[in-house]
Every structure is written in C-alpha cells, then in structure tokens.
Ligand binder design. Structure first.
Ligand SMILES: *[C@@H]1O[C@H](CO)[C@@H](O)[C@H](O)[C@H]1NC(C)=O
Ligand SMILES: *[C@@H]1O[C@H](CO)[C@@H](O)[C@H](O)[C@H]1NC(C)=O
Length: 343
C-alpha cells in the first residue's frame, strides 16, 4: 500500500483492531524530554501533542500524573512530537509552516496529528502475532535522526515518508525526501515506529535500540514476526501530520531550490524523526489492543472525549522565545554541537 487511503481502511477494517484518532496541538516549544531531558531550550523546535505532563524532563508514570490531553482518546496522556517545518525564503528569512487538520477526524481537532496504534498488519490474519503488548509506564522511543544525510539512508528508514498532497485524500506516492514542486494541498509527513521490543528496557542510550523494526515495504503492512533479540510485539505507533505549505506555493519560483526545511535545518527532508513518550492511563491501551475486528476506537474499549474539552488542555511556555523567527532556528552540526543560525 503506497499511500494509506481511507477507502482501503474501510475495506480492511474487519480484519484488524486498532486505534486511529486525532490529537490537537498541545504546544510548540524547543523541548525534547526524550533526547535532551533537562535542556530548555533543546537543539531544535518541536510540535507536540498529547497530555499535560509534558515537561523539560519526564520520568515515571506519565499517565498517572497528567490531568488532561489534547487527544480524542481521553485516557491517552502520551506525548507525541516531531520537528517543525519552515519555509526558507530566497533572502534567507524563515517562516514557520502551520499544521492543519487531516481528513476523517473528530470534529474540532485543531492541527495536531493523527495517531495510530495498530496490530502488525492491516490486511492479514493477525492471530499469529497476538497478543499485542501495550507499552509499560516510563516507556519512550524515537525513530529517525536529524543526522540522516543521504538518500540511501533515508530510504532505509522504512516508514518515514512524505506525500505531496493534491487533496487531503489524494496523496500521491510516498517519498523519502521533500517534494520537488509545490504541493496543492500541503506536505503530508508520516512517521511509523518500530513495533518489536526487547522486553526489558524502557529506553536505550540511542532511544532506538530497545526496539526493532521488521517492516520491509510500507509502514502499514507486511510486518514479519519479531526476532529473538526483540521478541515482544508492541502496537505499531504511527503519526501523520499535514503541513500547510500552500501560503508559500506562489513564492516558490520555478527553478528555485526546494524551499522547505525542518527546524534542525534539514533541507532534504532526510532527517525527519519523531519522539514517543508513552502515557496511557492504567490498562487502557491494553484493553484496546486485546480487541479484534474493529478499527478507530478499539471497539469502545477506551473512553473518548469531545474535542472542545480536549482543546482546553494546555501546558505553559517553558522556553520563552518566539517560534517564528530565524534567530531561534538551530541545527545540529556534524559533531552534534549546537549551531545558531544568525540569518
Ligand atoms: C515540570 O517540572 C517542574 C520541575 O521539576 C515541576 O516543578 C513542574 O510541576 C512540572 N510540571 C508539570 C506539568 O508536570
Ligand atoms: C524575505 O522574503 C520574505 C518572503 O518573500 C519576505 O516575507 C521578507 O519580508 C523578506 N525579508 C527581508 C528582510 O527582505
């Protein structure tokens, strides 16, 4: 499945259980409690959704500590984040790209992300790899890396892809790098995480090696069984974000280089990455993963909330700097040192 289409979802829905829901934007700040706990500001700006336990440093049971979430799933206090997209004008100035709503989400989702927790495959009998084990409290992981600098390496990150949107439902092919022409309805970014766990570690020094990806082709399909080193099948977590690049389309002159960059100064798009901090309350995610033959809401196994309530959830600004100006854009140098862009 080259691009996950809603019509395909309707066709395969009876085979598989899982969750698909919207989370409004919680905050946009230069914080990263997984990769750079305690650092405010962190190396680059992030777009964050989910629960209000989000903080400079996060330890312990996030689901027990948070009191609200921007997600439609009312028991999901996890945090989900990615880098932020900018338009880099020919004169060197940077303009933040807004996030807009994906298709087929609850009324009132504001920007944010679409989150999926699925079993190993959308299309095949899922009995072989049951049970799916929910993440334990304190669990965290990342996927991708801002240091990814070649097309080959980007292609190797199965599940980190872009689509050039014609409309929200007509996404065109998936690509490992930024589109090379203006996209009529924006740039769609998808981040699939690996779903095999070592069964022991809530995190690892690189935030990735406690997890293992068995997917070979497309993030939503064909996940072979987990290996002995990472034997525990976890939910397949996926983020989708719609970046509204349309206000910049008429500023992108034919012949100019591709003008969109990530907040770590990634001009190719190769370095796209995402962070996950588990925070479902109690056994709520496990209840959804134990269901069969339904999609979107785990057969009602979990509590939902209306988005007018979800949208009241806030966290305070812990960094205190403008997020739209070029002065505040940072990138990692090859030595992973912080580099200030003074343009
Ligand atoms: C964030 O961390 C600070 C410092 O540990 C703490 O005082 C504050 O209560 C935390 N905020 C939230 C929302 O957990
Ligand atoms: C640079 O170009 C952008 C986009 O055309 C424009 O909005 C901005 O004002 C320009 N900045 C300067 C300093 O000329």
């Amino acid at each position: 499945m080259k691009s996950f289409a809603l019509s395909a979802l309707a066709l395969v829905a009876p085979v598989q259980a899982g969750l698909r829901f919207g989370c409004s934007t919680l905050t946009i700040q230069r914080l990263d409690p997984v990769v750079e706990p305690g650092k405010a500001p962190s190396a680059h700006l992030h777009h964050i959704v989910g629960g209000n336990a989000f903080n400079v440093t996060m330890e312990g049971d996030v689901g027990a500590r948070a009191t609200c979430t921007t997600c439609e799933q009312a028991e999901d206090f996890s945090n989900y984040w990615t880098a932020v997209m900018y338009y880099k004008a020919a004169n060197g100035s940077y303009h933040r790209v807004n996030v807009v709503n994906n298709a087929a989400l609850a009324k009132g989702v504001t920007g944010g992300m679409t989150i999926y927790y699925t079993q190993y495959d959308f299309t095949k009998d899922n009995v072989k790899q049951r049970p799916i084990k929910a993440f334990p409290p304190g669990f965290r992981m990342t996927v991708g890396s801002p240091a990814t600098s070649t097309l080959t390496a980007a292609k190797g990150h199965i599940g980190l892809r872009y689509n050039c949107l014609t409309t929200l439902l007509n996404r065109g092919p998936e690509m490992p790098d930024f589109p090379t022409k203006p996209c009529p309805a924006g740039i769609f970014a998808v981040h699939h995480f690996p779903a095999c766990w070592d069964g022991k570690n809530l995190d690892s020094p690189d935030h990735q090696s406690h997890m293992y990806n068995t997917i070979k082709n497309d993030g939503f399909t064909d996940a072979p069984p987990c290996p002995a080193s990472h034997p525990v099948r976890m939910p397949q977590v996926t983020y989708e974000t719609v970046w509204d690049t349309t206000p910049f389309n008429n500023m992108w002159k034919s012949g100019d280089p591709q003008p969109f960059v990530w907040s770590f100064e990634g001009t190719s798009g190769y370095g796209t990455h995402a962070d996950y901090m588990f925070g479902w309350k109690g056994d709520s995610l496990q209840r959804a993963m134990d269901k069969d033959n339904c999609f979107y809401d785990g057969c009602g196994a979990t509590k939902k909330q209306t988005m007018d309530i979800a949208n009241k959830c806030k966290v305070k600004d812990m960094v205190n700097e403008p997020i739209d100006g070029c002065k505040f854009l940072f990138r990692l140098t090859q030595n992973n040192e912080r580099y200030t862009n003074e343009n």
